[in-house]
Design a protein around this ligand. Structure first.
Ligand code: HEM
Ligand code: HEM
Length: 142
């Protein structure tokens, strides 16, 4: 039988899956930059790589929005949005807060700031991604 805590865990792991896909953008871009000259532009691998990068770019904001919806669902299942403070709840709120902030920061950088974005923006966006990762590890190891 599926019970409430299974759903809580499942939604948590779905958020982690979305986080991995969001963070994967860094790996993809870094790989592409490092190997741009070496890659055979006519190879099937290159064609797939370009396709995956285009999809990752298009989906990036939506993965973030889906994660926000899942964070709300997960935190509601886990706590009923009661502020009873135990370690799991505190680390959950911290992780959720960082995550939602980076989504907001992403939208601001993407839709509101003038292009080209200032250099510090990507540094903040990346650093926040690392902090979210650490925060998730702490949260799930409580
Ligand atoms: C934002 C990203 C978040 C991720 C990726 C995440 C992920 C997870 C995962 C995978 C679990 C299951 C851990 C396990 O069974 O060992 C969990 C448990 C939990 N989460 Fe989150 N969570 C997040 C945010 C939140 C938020 C915002 C809250 C709300 C306060 C929250 C509250 C909890 C609680 C209370 C548990 C413990 C449930 C229990 O074992 O009794 N989480 N989380
Ligand atoms: C918590 C959610 C998010 C995470 C973890 C995340 C993570 C990342 C990472 C790792 C990169 C690659 C950085 C680099 O190249 O060094 C990136 C790039 C970027 N993100 Fe996010 N992101 C999130 C949400 C969003 C949202 C919601 C938006 C916009 C609506 C957004 C907009 C961008 C833009 C414009 C770039 C740089 C341009 C590009 O790579 O094409 N991000 N993000």
């Amino acid at each position: 039988m599926i019970d409430r805590s299974d759903l809580g865990e499942f939604t948590g792991f779905l958020i982690i899956a979305l986080f991995v896909l969001l963070g994967f953008r860094y790996g993809l871009k870094a790989y592409f930059k490092a190997n741009a000259k070496k890659l055979d532009k006519t190879s099937t691998f290159y064609k797939y790589l370009v396709k995956v990068m285009a999809w990752n770019k298009t989906l990036h904001p939506f993965l973030g929005f889906a994660a926000v919806a899942l964070i709300l669902t997960h935190s509601y299942i886990q706590t009923g949005w009661n502020f009873f403070i135990d370690n799991e709840t505190v680390t959950g709120y911290i992780t959720g807060g960082l995550f939602v902030s980076n989504v907001i920061g992403g939208v601001v950088g993407d839709k509101i700031m003038k292009q080209p974005r200032p250099k510090w923006w990507i540094i903040v966006h990346r650093t926040m991604t690392v902090l979210i990762g650490i925060s998730i590890l702490i949260h799930i190891n409580q």
